[in-house]
Design a protein around this ligand. Structure first.
Ligand code: APR
Ligand code: ZN
Length: 268
């Protein structure tokens, strides 16, 4: 690890007026959750739009729920890792203004981060496509082998979908507006663990740079904004952020709220 880069980034964090971090699935791989597009990612050999889109839910509901059953099996025992802990500590110390995440695992909140902007929703709950009511995610964490097993809304019998943004769905307007506001206000913007292959989240670092922010990219593989970044660190995010916390003299661990039964966790 390039200690000079860490020192330089730590200096920038100390001097930043509005430091913002955007995380992707790479922030949670050290918690045992697979990402999507790296060699061991969930999308290896899979076209995600054919599996987790609104049309896939309607056309192939059995495969759709089986995918989420597998996702839940990864999630239940997942705990925050140093990435989540350090970001929560930086916020507690008043050095980090906001975490924007593409992740739906709730691990930032479990580590103590406040006001997390969840661009792609969360797996904490599920929603009825007919009456719009929301329920704990447990309702759709069921073994679906045939159409007869498909979980239904307890109120109206409608189809249930996880509380995440599926392909072919718009992002929650309040979340994307808040994220754009944070990116344009930022003077220091750090991407942690994202391939930046999916919009509109991937436009946030561009917006930040256009607004005058210094950009850092902490990601194991190249991204399309690397050439605009002051820091490009291709190392494991947990180690780098732990070294950054040490350089700043802050504790790397704040708290460890259990996400427990994801269906119970309150939204962050
Ligand atoms: N440290 C640093 N980088 C890591 C680590 C790690 N420990 N583990 C993985 N990475 C990197 C991978 O190299 C990869 O480039 O994290 C990146 C994760 O990229 P993706 O798998 O594409 O995940 P993400 O960018 O979050 O995907 C965005 O796509 O499928 C949709 O809705 C889904 O939110 C997701 C969106
Ligand atoms: Zn309903």
């Amino acid at each position: 690890m390039d200690q000079d880069q860490i020192r330089d980034l730590a200096q920038a964090v100390k001097q930043a007026r509005h430091f913002v971090v955007l995380t992707g699935a790479g922030a949670s791989t050290e918690s045992g959750l697979p990402d999507f597009r790296s060699k061991t990612g969930l999308w290896r050999g899979v076209d995600p739009v054919s599996l987790i889109s609104m049309s896939a839910l309607r056309r192939r509901p059995v495969e759709f729920y089986q995918f989420y059953r597998m996702r839940f099996s990864h999630l239940w025992g997942a705990k925050p890792n140093p990435v989540h802990h350090v970001l929560a500590s930086l916020q507690k110390e008043g050095l980090l203004k906001r975490v924007i995440t593409q992740n739906v695992d709730g691990l930032h909140q479990a580590a103590g981060s406040e006001g997390v902007i969840e661009l792609h929703g969360s797996l904490r709950e599920c929603l009825c496509l007919d009456c719009g009511r929301s329920f704990p995610a447990r309702l759709i964490d069921v073994d679906v082998q045939s159409a007869a097993d498909i979980p239904r809304c307890p109120e109206c019998g409608g189809m249930l979908k996880p509380g995440v943004v599926l392909f072919e769905e718009p992002l929650p307007a309040d979340a994307i507006e808040a994220a754009i506001d944070e990116a344009t206000q930022s003077d220091l913007f750090l991407v942690v663990g994202s391939s930046l292959e999916v919009g509109p989240a991937n436009q946030l670092p561009v917006l930040a740079v256009q607004s005058g922010a210094q950009l850092g990219v902490l990601n194991l593989t190249p991204t399309f904004v690397d050439h605009r970044a002051r820091w490009v660190i291709r190392e494991k995010a947990g180690q780098v952020l732990t070294a950054l916390a040490a350089e700043l003299g802050i504790p790397a661990r704040v708290e460890n709220r259990s996400t427990g039964d994801l269906g119970e966790a309150t939204p962050g």
